[in-house]
Design a binder for this molecule. Structure first.
Ligand code: UT7
Length: 339
């Protein structure tokens, strides 16, 4: 039943899941390809290794594994899912990979589509899903964040290739009463005028067709990044948007159980935590093992901390995603877990 605007419901996070490729690429191994080394990468980024999708795996398969695991935790029947949102900028199919995921999960009653917002993708998808759930238009939504940036990295550009890895994470969201709402608030932002510092642009190559008519060839150039500009953007905008979010909802940084940021660079995580005087023990970080997996970092980290028992039912989490677009956002939510 669809609810009236004055009678909106809530959103509960009931399940989480994640999946990683089997191939590990260490910093030392990367040093065989480009002029870099373990000590530079660790000290400037905090990254020690990353996972890379190999020939036996795919982004769709990883997304399914993560989604299945979140469904299992939530104890959902695949038939009961209404929507699958796949946040990715690197689909296996440019027309969208979400329908393949839907079919492989056996979620035959779900509508499925991709959502592209680079490293902010998961957060944007979480908020998008919540709108369907609050109105009651949908009851169960699976949000998956998955990316395969290793497909689009220039492996000869040491300024960017050291950062990225592949992975997938997912959450199972259910419509609930407003009293049980777990998504306390959010803020989302875009600024395309600053987007040039991080791109994955089309090839811009035109070929003759017939009678002087040309057509553009398909394909994309590798990732182009001005690391320092992206760094400055992150350490300026993330604290600002988090501060606004906390203020609007009258939440003090002290009362947060966890800070769950997009895993881009340990120095960015440390800088944001310092701005709010959040102690290290409350700052979730796994980028040492996986690097920046784009739309996957937040649900991947969430799932790890839920499964190892750090995040408990009722914990209050402040999260922020940021990246290409430029796009960024923040959400304040409570983890519920299976009931
Ligand atoms: O989801 C968002 C995705 N993007 C990001 O998160 C990127 C944010 N930016 C960053 O994380 C950092 O800017 C980087 C890690 C990319 C770079 O760190 P930095 O401290 O800003 O380094 P830099 O670009 O200022 O370069 C310092 C030096 C340069 O050498 P010179 O000119 O001082 O001689 C670079 O050539 O480090 C050199 N350098 C490297 N050396 C060894 C750059 N990359 C490497 C490398 N190995 N991989």
């Amino acid at each position: 039943m669809v609810r009236s605007p004055e009678n909106l419901g809530g959103v509960a996070l009931l399940g989480s899941g994640s999946a990683l490729p089997s191939q590990t690429l260490t910093n030392d191994q990367l040093g065989q390809r480009v002029d870099t080394n373990d000590s530079w990468i660790r000290s400037r980024t905090g990254i020690a290794g990353r996972r890379v999708i190999g020939s036996e795996e795919s982004l769709t398969e990883l997304s399914c594994r993560a989604g299945r695991s979140a469904m299992e935790m939530a104890q959902w029947d695949p038939d009961s899912i209404d929507l699958i949102l796949l946040a990715t900028s690197t689909p296996d199919d440019l027309f969208g990979s979400a329908p393949k995921v839907q079919a492989q999960l056996g979620a035959k009653n779900a509508v499925a589509f991709d959502l592209t917002a680079a490293c902010s993708g998961f957060l944007f998808a979480l908020v998008t899903a919540s709108q369907f759930l609050r109105t009651g238009a949908m009851q169960k939504v699976l949000v998956i964040g998955a990316d395969q940036l290793t497909r689009w990295v220039d492996w000869d550009d040491r300024r960017s290739c050291v950062l990225f890895g592949d992975g997938a994470g997912a959450v199972a969201l259910e419509s609930t009463s407003s009293e049980d709402d777990c998504l306390i608030g959010f803020q989302l932002k875009s600024d395309g005028s600053r987007g040039d510092c991080l791109n994955l642009p089309h090839l811009n190559q035109f070929l003759p067709l017939v009678d002087g008519i040309s057509h553009e060839a398909g394909g994309f150039s590798p990732i182009q990044m001005n690391g320092q500009e992206v760094y400055k953007f992150a350490v300026r905008e993330v604290p600002e948007i988090l501060e606004k979010l906390l203020k609007v909802h009258e939440v003090l940084p002290d009362s947060l159980d966890w800070l769950l940021l997009h895993q881009a660079n340990q120095r960015i995580l440390d800088s944001v935590a310092e701005r709010f005087s959040i102690p290290n023990e409350k700052v979730l970080s796994n980028l040492a093992n996986y690097g920046n997996t784009s739309a996957a970092t937040i649900p991947l980290m969430l799932d790890e901390a839920v499964k190892d028992g750090r995040i408990k039912s009722g914990d209050l989490i402040a999260s922020s995603g940021f990246g290409a677009g430029l796009s960024w956002g923040a959400a304040l939510f409570k983890w519920r877990g299976p009931v």
